[in-house]
Design a protein. Structure first.
Length: 206
């Protein structure tokens, strides 16, 4: 990802998604682009969430260095719905714009899941994307873009992998149905790589 000052009054972020996109990848890219981990942690503490740990460290794959962002959270037995997620975000002391943008992303996720399952948005219970780690990824990405003062976001086509992935509902082909719904109106391409390259969280943020 690159953050480029177009002019004194505008800054854009460009995501080169040659190997897909996910929430943790977005935050890792933002950290590489200048986001301070201390500033991110300070803002995330404004969420009424506890028991998780975040860390970021340098890594290298095929000769290319980057930052890996990780969230460690205890396994939860509860499955949150959209209203539950909104309550968590609204109870925070985050700036209104960050709260609103985070809620827009979760609503988009809920709408995609509702379309796939053929139910009303209010009936959707988030499983993987309702966990503490997913909330941190989504809200953290919005916080990072805000701190870096990014005005516009551009992205390359998203690269889908192949094969299967296991979710709480069972085994699904890659890309997952909700991911397909989220990406139906944007350019995509298929990579000859086994595995889930584009996650619903990553697609919803971009």
């Amino acid at each position: 990802m690159s953050v480029l000052p177009v002019s004194k009054s505008m800054k854009i972020a460009y995501f080169d998604c040659f190997s897909g996109i996910a929430g943790d990848m977005i935050i890792g890219a933002l950290l590489d682009a200048g986001l301070e981990i201390s500033a991110l942690k300070k803002e995330l503490k404004k969420l009424p969430l506890t028991g998780y740990q975040i860390k970021a460290f340098k890594t290298e794959k095929k000769g290319i260095k980057g930052t890996k962002f990780e969230v460690k959270a205890p396994e939860e037995k509860i499955h949150r719905n959209l209203k539950d997620i909104f309550k968590i975000i609204d109870k925070s002391s985050l700036d209104k714009k960050i709260r609103d943008d985070s809620k827009k992303i979760f609503r988009r996720l809920a709408e995609a899941e509702a379309k796939v399952h053929g139910v009303n948005v209010d009936k959707i219970h988030f499983h993987e994307v309702g966990g503490v780690d997913a909330i941190i990824d989504i809200v953290g990405a919005v916080i990072g873009l805000d701190i870096l003062k990014v005005d516009k976001i551009y992205s390359s086509p998203l690269s889908f992998g192949k094969g299967y992935v296991k979710f709480s509902h069972g085994k699904f082909p890659v890309p997952a149905p909700a991911t397909v719904e989220l990406c139906k109106d944007i350019p995509v391409r298929y990579a000859d790589i086994e595995g889930e390259l584009v996650t619903p969280t990553g697609a919803a943020i971009v």
